[in-house]
Design a protein around this ligand. Structure first.
Ligand code: ADP
Length: 341
């Protein structure tokens, strides 16, 4: 989805929040557009969950304003906001069946039973659990419980779904599978997703746009490609993927090539000489760390395109040249990506 085409649906203007002496958020500006898969990414304690809880209405800002669909929601309690939240611990009712769990909110709003159950059945079908409607949450796997929590949040057809590390409790394989399912579900329903994670791969692979948080501030907002290829700060460069930073120049490890020292490098390439300090085989890729002659190190990530037979191409102690096309060197902060928040 091209975020620039859509109307704003969630806006934060100068929003600040402290807990005692701790500044959780310092005057944050943020615009999320209708239909976006928007991710709040950052290390633990950077203010992501606080932002989500402010949008949901579980917390009040100390300063600033929050708009949903253009309406200032300062006075609205959580249940009167057109948003729903999916928590990491799912918060399902253990004594109710899946059908009853999903229909619960609709029944609480006095929707007739038959109609509520029909809506719940459709929501369960959307997450591939309609055959399990009479089971209880304890009879499900972690991934299935997560799907029930999603169905329950989506059955109300919220304008915005807030998801706080929803896949955090799942093992890696299931996590990858659920990432694709979530992305698919978001696309199918057109609901705006605001998704909190500290996992850079998750953010890169799922999001239309990402806001990178650091110490209660947003360092950069942009598409995954903008953030990865044109980071506005060293923090963003380091947080998203591995990086080599020489002064204010960023060199991503996968954009570098290793050649034997005696070899010439192609036209248009930069180079540095050095010696291999570390070479680790990861199956699909090999990671090589080169100590440069003029100081510093460069990390090189090369795909093992040619079958590796016996030994790696370069091993510790080899004299090598690291080469990269000039366009691979990016000046950090020279991106114009900071503005559009
Ligand atoms: P994140 O979601 O990025 O891990 P949070 O938004 O949860 O970060 O927290 C931001 C900061 O605010 C942290 O320093 C955290 O310890 C603090 N904080 C969050 N909630 C509370 C609270 N209820 N009471 C005290 N401090 C809090």
């Amino acid at each position: 989805m091209d975020g620039t085409m859509q109307a704003p649906i969630v806006q934060l203007e100068g929003v600040a929040k402290s807990y005692g002496g701790t500044v959780a958020l310092a005057r944050v500006e943020l615009t999320v557009r209708a239909g976006e898969f928007f991710t709040l990414l950052g290390p633990s304690g950077s203010g992501k969950t606080t932002t989500l809880r402010l949008i949901a209405g579980f917390e009040r800002p100390d300063a600033g304003r929050i708009f949903l669909d253009g309406q200032d929601v300062a006075a609205l309690p959580p249940f009167e906001r057109a948003v729903n939240t999916v928590f990491q611990d799912y918060a399902l009712f253990p004594h109710l069946t899946l059908m009853e769990n999903v229909a619960y909110g609709l029944r609480a709003k006095k929707m007739p039973r038959v109609k509520a159950h029909e809506a719940a059945r459709r929501a369960l079908a959307a997450v591939q659990l309609e055959d399990f409607a009479v089971r209880k949450p304890t009879q499900l796997s972690g991934g299935q419980r997560q799907r029930v929590a999603l169905a329950r949040a989506m059955v109300n057809r919220p304008r915005v779904l807030l998801l706080d590390e929803p896949l955090g409790a799942l093992d890696l394989k299931l996590r990858h599978q659920m990432q694709q399912e979530l992305k698919h579900l978001q696309f199918e329903t057109g609901i705006t997703f605001i998704y909190v994670t500290h996992d850079q791969d998750e953010a890169l692979s799922m999001s239309d746009r990402i806001a990178v948080f650091n110490h209660g501030k947003i360092e950069q907002v942009g598409t995954p490609i903008e953030l990865y290829e044109r980071p506005a700060s060293a923090f963003v460069a380091n947080f998203l993927g591995s990086s080599n930073i020489l002064g204010d120049t960023l060199l991503r490890p996968e954009k570098l090539h290793l050649v034997p020292r005696a070899h010439a490098v192609p036209e248009g390439f930069e180079k540095r000489h050095g010696m291999v300090r570390e070479a680790i085989y990861f199956g699909a890729v090999t990671r090589t760390v080169v100590a440069l002659e003029d100081g510093g190190t460069l990390q090189v990530m090369e795909a093992n395109i040619v079958p590796v037979q016996g030994a790696l191409r370069f091993v510790v102690g080899d004299a090598v040249t690291v080469a990269w096309p000039r366009a691979a060197a990016v000046t950090i902060g020279n991106s114009d990506n900071k503005g559009e928040q």
